[in-house]
Each structure stands twice: as C-alpha cells, then as structure tokens.
Ligand binder design. Structure first.
Ligand SMILES: Nc1nc2c(ncn2[C@@H]2O[C@H](COP(=O)(O)O[C@H]3[C@@H](O)[C@H](n4cnc5c(=O)[nH]c(N)nc54)O[C@@H]3COP(=O)(O)O)[C@@H](O)[C@H]2O)c(=O)[nH]1
Length: 779
C-alpha cells in the first residue's frame, strides 16, 4: 500500500510543472544550516562512539559520514551561489546529486549503527547511535518530504540497518526496539508521503495565487492605461456620492491638477475645486451642485451641459450601479456643440448675408398665413431680383459679387420696417415679407423704396457698380393663401417686371397666370414644331450702302402655328432658349440657311443668329463644320451674329469658341450693338468682322439730337478697327441718308425689304441688273 503510494509519486512528478519540480528541488538544498548541523552532529556522534569503542571500523565510518556530510554542504553552497533554482534542466541534475549524497550519507549512518550494535555491547553506545539514526530519520522525512523517493530512501538506509542489528541482537529488549524501529519506518514513510502531498498542494496553490495575482495586476494595469487614455473624463462615486475612482482626463478637463482630490472627496468639494480652478465663472457651489444633482439624479441617458471657463462646454452623463454608486462621464462637447449650432444656423440662415434662408422664410410665412387665414392682417410678398447681377459676377468675379450681395442685404435692411422679414433664396434672389400692409399702396411704396435704394450705385472695393432691382409682389389673401401659391404668383409678377427691362415692380394679376399658361402651352407646341414642319426660315437683305447690292441675307426664324398663325421669334426664341430647344432649332436654322445660301449668286453671304445657349454648347464648332460640309457653302459666306449677351458668359470658353470659328474662316458679327454693355473691350478682345448698330439708335435719328453722334462714333470705331458697320432698322429715306452720312457701310431695314421666304429672296438676288439698280437707286 505504502509502496504503491510511493511509486505513484513518480507518476505524479511527471505531471508536475517544471517550476514546481524546481521549487521542490530547491527545498532540498534550502535549509543549508540543517545540512551542516546533520553532517557535524553525525560526525561528532560517530567520532565519540569510535573513541569510546576504540573500533577502527566505527572510526572509518564516522570519518566517511563527516566527509560525505561536508561534500553535501559544499554542493548545496554551489547550488545556491549559481542560483540554479531558476534553471529547470539543471535542477534535474542537482536533484540527482542531492539524491546520491543523501542516500550515501544515510547508508553510512545506517552502517555506523550496524557496526556499533554488532561490534559492541555497551548500551550507551547503542543508545547514542540508535537515537542519532532515529532523530536523523525523523528529521529527514519532514525535511525532504517534497522528494519522497529521496526521503524514504534516506529513512530506509538509515534505520533499516539499525532495525536489523537490533533484531539480531541476543537481548529481547533490543529485539523489541528493532521491531519498534520497523514500525517507526512504516510510520515515517506514511508521514513523508502525507507531507509531500501537503507540500505539493501548497506549492500548487501558491503558484495559482501568484499567477492570479499577476493576471490581476496585468488587468489592473490595462484598466489603468485604458482609464487614463480615455478621451472622456470619468469618475466613479459610492452610494454617498463620494469619489472612488477618477481618471487623468477628468482632472485635465476641469484643470484640477492642483486640487487635493482623493478617494472620498465629495461632489460638493469637487465643484469647489473646479470653481477654484477658474471654471463656472460667477456661479456658486450651491447652484452648480443643485444643477448637477438634479440633472443627474436618476440613471438616464440624457446629458447635463455645464459651461466651464467661459468657453468650453462639458456634457455630463451618469449611470447608476447596482451597489447604489454611480459612474459619471464627462465629455468636452464644445466643438460638437459649435458644429451643431452652425448646422442649425445654416439650416435657417444664409451664410453669406446672415439673412434668413428659404426654410426659415417658409416657417415664418406659414405662421403669418395662419393669422391671415384666421381673418387677421394681409401680408405682401416681394420677390426681388437684382438686375445685371450676372454681369457683375462675370466681369468682376465672384468675390466682388458676394460683397455686393452683402451690401444689397444691408440696403434692404435699411429700407424695411421692423417686423418685416428679409430673406435670401439664393443667388441674387431676395424676398421681403411685409407683415401688415393695410392697403395695396403700402406695398407699392415699399417696392418703390426698395428699387430706389438698389439703383443708387454701389462702391465695392473701388468698383462703381450700377445694378437695379425688379420686384414681383403677391398679396395674401387676395393672391393666395398658401406659401407656394404666393411665391409662384410673386414669381410671375417678377417675370413681368423683368420683361419690361427691369428696375420696376409689378403686382401679381390674374392675366399673368393666363399668360404663363399660354406660355406653357406655347412651350409644349414648340417641342413638336420642328417635326411638324411649322418652323421656316425667312431672309432679310443687308445692302451695301455704296453700291446698293445685297451683300448678305439674314436668316430669321418664322413659326407658322396651326392655330395662332405666325408667331414672332421675339416671343418664342426666349422660350426655346429657356427650354434648351434652341440647340436643335438653331442647328436646323444653320443647316437650312447654309443649304439655301449655297444656291444664291456666288459671294452672297448668309447671316445666322446664334443665341448664348448655342454658344455655350461645346460642339458648336462641329455643328458649323457639318452645316458647311453638307451644303458646300464656303466658310467666308457664313456670317454668325452674336449679341453681347454671349460675351458676358464664361469669357475663357467664349474666346475658345470664337477662335475655333475664326479658324474655320466664318465671319462673326456683333449684333444689337449699343443695347447691352457696349463695352469697347469686347471689340478689342474679339475678332469681329461686323458691328450692327441696334435699330433703336436708327429710329432715334431725327428724334434725338444725340443719335447721329452715337451712330457716327460707332461708325468711326468700326472704321478704325477695320470692321464693317451696319445700320439696322432703316425704315425711311431720311434715316438712310443720315446713316450714309455718318459713315455706315451697310444697311438693313424695311426700306430695303422685310424678311421674306426663300423663293422671294432668291428672286431678288437673281433680279436683272436693272432691277438691282432699283435697289442701288434706293441706296
Ligand atoms: N437665336 C436666334 N434668334 C433669332 C433667330 N431668328 C430670329 N431671331 C431673333 O428674334 C428676334 C426677332 O426677330 P424678327 O422678329 O425676325 O425681327 C427681325 C427683323 O424682322 C427686325 N427688323 C429688321 N428690319 C426692321 C425695321 O426696319 N424695323 C423694325 N421694326 N424691325 C426690323 O429686326 C429683327 C432682326 O434683328 P437682328 O437679329 O438684331 O438683326 C431678333 O432678335 C432676332 O435676332 C434665329 O434663328 N436664332
């Protein structure tokens, strides 16, 4: 049984961790003094017995005991010095060294007992060796129980020779003692094995605890690192609201570096320290504590916002714990709050001018319309469009345009009364909500004041800017009781105001709606007009004022509407431009005109009007090439007429398209000169072949004394720039005489002929020299 337990320890050992094995081996060498005491004590007893018995065998054995004991002490010292306990592989060798030393020492001690008991009869000597051996054996089973094979080996090697020598001793008392020693061996082996189990258990537990402690420490470290690297401040309170845990960010956020914060600090003290650190200016401890405890009283996901150091805002949130304590999280939300406020601001205000935007305006108008619906006052909506704003943007650039808009908003603000709302819808579109006009005249008066205010020139960074304003007015409840309807009607009124050249206001009228509907109907019809062959091209001649010959025929669109008859291009071309239909219609005109002109007498040119929308189209060059190629018309016989409206847009791409057209060899004329900006810069910048003086100037000849000077000046300009100058709209002989006198080269007008169909112009062009002379005579 005992033997089985002993052998089982061998198997157990195999399962022990190397560290535990090393610890067990170390326990063998650990009490160095006991080794030394054992060696000395046994050596002395041996020597004493040898002297007393005067037996050389006993003496030799005693000397051997002392020598082996000494060697064991020396080996233990070496083991300790080299710190071999940490070297798992080395401990196995040292275990063997200890084992052999221990067994050798024990065997010698057993031998000493045996020789003494068999060589002598002196009871004192017997007692000396027997007690030494038994004492040693008892000590060994405790001391080396960690390695039971060694301990049991020592026990057996020491006491078995003693027991045998006692049992064979002739005296029955010795025999009895021998028997007791055998029982002692049995008992000591049992104790050794039990102690061994306890030691192993203790070592295992210690190791587990050490591992647990290490893990705990590592986790605590990790937790500490995480806690102190959080972007949020954190503090944990007990159920009495006393501080238990806090992190570095908490101290940092509230600038509490110098505060004597410790476990147990109360919320009240924390607030006091925070005030001392320069936070919550002007506020007292009590009010802040009240605000915090009230706001954070319950476990809720909401946040309490606290302003600190006059600038930063902290969000505090609290989570209750099961033990009644709580965790409070602090977050610096200054930037987030600012961003939220900015987003909220931008959702309701125009960033550039600071005026309410469309959303804000909608909220307000809906509130006011609610009052109107309940029978309250009427309200007027003024929709304002800045005249010529696009030109300013295009010529002076967007930064100046932005500054101008700010100035405009300031001026509008100086005109309206408190209670009226000014909003910006975007671009150059402003709106004023006049709150309580008692009569229509009140709104008219305000509109006039607004137009007047905006027609005073602006000075933006040294640029004198002349704009103006067009205003459309819709009044609730007469013109609508719903925001969308009012805006739509004001828009129609604005359209009418702009249609008259701008700089004025118009009230919404029912006819506008009808006109808008008619316009929409026209727009729908126009979409199919080309495919239904309702669009035609007429030609109006341009005459050389010296020879009377037709130099050019201007292609002019005519729409033969199935119900309305001929519709003027002045009416449908703007619709075609707005809808983009002008691209396909314009291309068709270009193709048609080139094909017709190819049939005319050689050298007769055809002039085709190009709208700004066509000019924006990057494939204009390709379209012109295609029209020339299909018709076979020489490029120099095609004259493209553009107005200043074209030049106001994207100068870079305009210049590019102009250059492209020039390379093709087509001619380019500047139409309606004098009606737009009449910038001399355009004449310098773009390579025109012709300038056409607008017919309004020709009509003024004889009516306005300045008109001849203007015509003369433009003719002079054209001459010096090597451009042909055409006088448009010549209707009378007198006008013809004057334009010739002022130096114009060519003329166009009803006096020479209206726009006519292809056959008619063909007839004119093919007329006999005598007939042509008729024209010359006119000229
Ligand atoms: N982009 C395009 N625009 C086109 C095209 N076809 C015409 N138009 C533009 O439509 C506007 C109106 O044109 P229309 O009604 O044809 O008027 C032209 C002439 O009939 C008129 N005219 C000519 N002589 C006289 C005159 O002695 N008195 C008088 N009251 N009117 C006269 O002038 C118009 C031609 O002007 P202009 O183009 O400036 O040379 C007009 O703006 C056309 O440009 C087209 O295909 N594309």
């Amino acid at each position: 049984m005992l033997l089985r337990r002993l052998l089982a320890t061998r198997q157990d050992d195999a399962q022990l961790s190397p560290e535990i094995r090393a610890a067990l081996v170390e326990s063998l060498f650990a009490p160095l003094s006991s080794l030394a005491v054992g060696a000395i004590a046994c050596g002395i007893i041996g020597a004493a017995v040898a002297i007393k018995a005067n037996d050389p065998a006993i003496l030799a054995t005693s000397i051997a005991i002392f020598a082996v004991g000494l060697l064991r002490v020396v080996s233990a010292v070496i083991y300790k010095r080299r710190k071999l306990a940490d070297d798992v592989a080395a401990t196995q060798i040292w275990e063997r060294i200890y084992e052999y030393g221990a067994w050798g020492f024990s065997a010698l001690l057993g031998l000493l007992c045996y020789i003494t008991l068999t060589h002598t009869t002196d009871a004192t000597l017997h007692l000396a060796v027997a007690t030494t051996a038994a004492g040693y054996a008892a000590a060994i089973s405790g001391r080396n129980a960690g390695r039971p094979i060694i301990a049991v080996g020592q026990l057996t090697l020491t006491t078995l020779p003693l027991a045998i020598s006692l049992l064979i001793y002739p005296d029955w008392l010795h025999k009895a003692l021998g028997f007791v020693i055998l029982m002692f061996i049995y008992g000591m082996v049992d104790i050794t094995l039990s102690i061994r189990d306890i030691i192993i258990q203790a070592l295992t537990m210690t190791r587990k605890e050490a591992a647990l402690a290490a893990r705990y420490e590592e986790q605590a470290n990790r937790f500490d690192i995480a806690l102190n690297n959080m972007s949020h401040g954190l503090c944990m309170f007990d159920d009495q609201d006393r501080l238990k845990v806090w992190n570095a960010r908490f101290i940092e956020l509230l600038n509490l570096f110098d505060a004597p914060i410790k476990v147990g600090t109360t919320i009240r003290d924390l607030v006091r320290y925070s005030i001392r650190a320069g936070n919550h200016s002007g506020r007292g401890v009590r009010s802040i504590v009240y605000e915090l405890t009230r706001g954070l009283r319950q476990d809720h996901h909401g946040q309490v916002f606290v302003s600190v150091d006059g600038e930063r805002i902290m969000a505090l949130s609290r989570r209750m714990m099961a033990d009644g304590g709580s965790v409070v999280i602090l977050e610096d939300v200054t930037e987030r709050k600012a961003a939220q406020e900015r987003i909220a601001y931008l959702a309701r205000y125009d960033d550039l001018t600071g005026l309410p935007n469309r959303n804000h305006f909608r909220e307000r108008i809906n509130e006011m319309l609610e009052i109107v619906r309940e029978g309250g006052n009427q309200i007027a909506l003024h929709l304002i469009d800045i005249d010529r704003f696009k030109q300013v943007n295009d010529t002076l650039g967007h930064p100046i345009g932005d500054k101008l808009l700010k100035e405009v908003s300031r001026r509008l603000g100086s005109v309206v009364r408190t209670g009226d709302m000014i909003a910006r819808f975007g671009g150059d579109e402003f709106v004023i909500l006049q709150s309580t006009p008692s009569r229509r005249q009140d709104s008219g008066r305000l509109a006039r004041r607004l137009v007047k205010a905006l027609s005073v020139p602006f000075d933006v960074e040294g640029h004198r800017i002349d704009i103006g304003a067009s205003i459309g007015i819709a009044v609730a409840p007469q013109d609508g009781i719903d925001a969308d309807e009012l805006i739509k009607n004001a828009d129609m009124a604005l359209y009418a105001a702009k249609g008259n050249g701008g700089g004025e206001h118009r009230f919404f009228a029912a006819e506008m709606e009808e006109r808008a509907q008619a316009r929409r109907a026209l727009e729908l019809d126009l979409r199919d007009a080309l495919s239904r062959n309702e669009i035609e091209v007429f030609y109006q001649p341009l005459i050389d004022l010296k020879t009377g010959e037709i130099t050019t025929c201007e292609a002019l669109l005519r729409w033969h509407h199935p119900e309305r008859g001929y519709i003027s291009p002045a009416e449908f071309v703007p619709i075609a431009e707005e809808t983009g239909l002008i691209i396909s219609i314009g291309e068709w005109v270009l193709q048609r005109a080139c094909q017709d002109a190819a049939k005319w007498p050689a050298g007769t040119k055809v002039a085709v009007n190009l709208s700004p929308v066509q000019f924006r189209d990057r494939s204009l060059g390709a379209r012109v090439v295609s029209a020339l190629a299909k018709s076979g018309l020489p490029a120099q016989c095609l004259d493209l007429e553009i107005t200043e409206r074209v030049l106001l847009e994207e100068s870079e791409s305009t210049l590019y398209t102009m250059e492209q057209l020039k390379v093709l060899g087509v001619r380019i004329s500047l139409d309606d000169f004098g009606t737009g900006y009449s910038s001399l810069n355009y004449l310098r910048k773009y390579p025109f072949n012709k300038i056409k003086i607008d017919r309004s100037f020709i009509a003024d000849l004889g009516r306005d004394q300045d008109a001849p000077s203007i015509v003369r000046a433009v003719a002079g300009l054209g001459n010096s720039l090597n451009m042909i100058v055409v006088a448009e709209g010549i209707e009378t002989e007198e006008q013809l005489r004057q334009v010739k006198e002022e130096g114009c080269h060519e003329g166009q007008g009803y006096l020479f002929g209206r726009a006519m169909p292809f056959d008619a112009i063909m007839e004119k062009l093919q007329a006999s020299p005598a007939q042509r002379a008729n024209l010359v005579a006119v000229a």
